[in-house]
Design a protein around this ligand. Structure first.
Ligand code: PXG
Length: 288
């Protein structure tokens, strides 16, 4: 596998960064996870835009233009001969000293890994997930805004560990005030009648690109899309619940904290949205 590292393609074994890199020492950096489907990169420009927004907020100057990064992502897929791929694009503060001071980091580190996509087991989509809410709250936006897709994922990892320790695969994280936010690497939606509802970004969630796509697909299917504060009670009493993310796409949820959701099977709107989503991944995207 060849890795794009600071402007050059190097073999995986040579793709190394310094132990003084602040991405490693402090999680000081930003990233994106992007997918390609049969030679088309899905929502590439949206991912690049979000990367630049995350970087702007943490005052990290990405040493490439957006068109240069678009080309680098395309090249990464091409040199690794990947038609269906998972791309990890990372920009860190770079090599500094042992202090926090970002001014000591003279040059950001940029790398792109393009690998095969590890697909989730098909049973997940056929049966649906059984998940729980966990005690670890989502980061308070006023402290570390979840809209920044930073390398600091311990909040999410702690929630994931809680779920796994309890014997579940995924966790719902609540806000400081107890509202539903998102899962550890996916946004959450409920369907009730003709309404499709997901928590608003201000409560502390990542503005997922799959989330945005599903909102658009729902609107074009004449469903009423709303961003609203949701409680666990709202989730328990929904007709359908599903999660969205680049890696997982659209995953049905059939049980939450022991409560059966709807009929306890993936719902009809969820299935139709999955089909529409797959159609979109086949027909849109940036060719390489
Ligand atoms: N919320 C969080 C906290 C995320 O990290 C999403 C929502 C979904 O966003 P997109 O734009 O992908 O629809 C994410 C996605 C993975 C993985 O391998 C996913 C993410 C980060 C790291 C790994 O599943 N982010």
């Amino acid at each position: 596998m060849k890795i794009f590292l600071n402007g050059k393609f190097v073999e995986q074994a040579q793709a190394k960064v310094s132990v003084f890199d602040h991405g490693l020492l402090y999680g000081d950096g930003v990233f994106e996870g992007i997918r390609s489907y049969n030679g088309l990169i899905f929502k590439l420009h949206q991912h690049i835009d979000r990367l630049f927004e995350s970087a702007h907020t943490i005052m990290l100057k990405i040493p490439y233009t957006k068109p240069q990064l678009v080309e680098a992502v395309k090249d990464s897929l091409r040199v690794n001969k990947l038609r269906d791929g998972y791309i990890r694009l990372v920009v860190t503060r770079g090599e500094g000293d042992l202090g926090l001071d970002p001014r000591k980091c003279r040059q950001p580190t940029t790398f792109i890994i393009a690998d095969r996509i590890q697909l989730y087991p098909p049973q997940l989509y056929e049966r649906g997930l059984d998940i729980i809410t966990v005690a670890t709250q989502r980061n308070v936006p006023e402290a570390l805004n979840p809209q920044i897709k930073s390398l600091n994922y311990l909040n999410n990892i702690l929630a994931k560990i809680e779920a796994i320790t309890a014997g579940y695969e995924e966790a719902i994280m609540l806000s400081h005030s107890g509202y539903v936010t998102e899962c550890t690497g996916e946004n959450i939606f409920l369907v009730k009648g003709k309404q499709v509802i997901t928590p608003p970004p201000f409560i502390g969630v990542l503005r997922g690109i799959t989330r945005q796509t599903v909102m658009e697909l729902s609107r074009s299917r004449k469903l009423e899309v709303r961003e609203e504060l949701l409680t666990r009670h709202d989730l328990f009493n929904a007709d359908e619940v599903f999660l969205t993310g680049t890696a997982a796409e659209i995953v049905p949820v059939v049980k939450i904290d022991g409560r059966t959701i709807g009929e306890g099977r993936p719902g009809s709107h969820t299935k139709k949205l999955q089909a529409a989503f797959h159609q979109l991944t086949k027909t849109s995207g940036v060719r390489y």
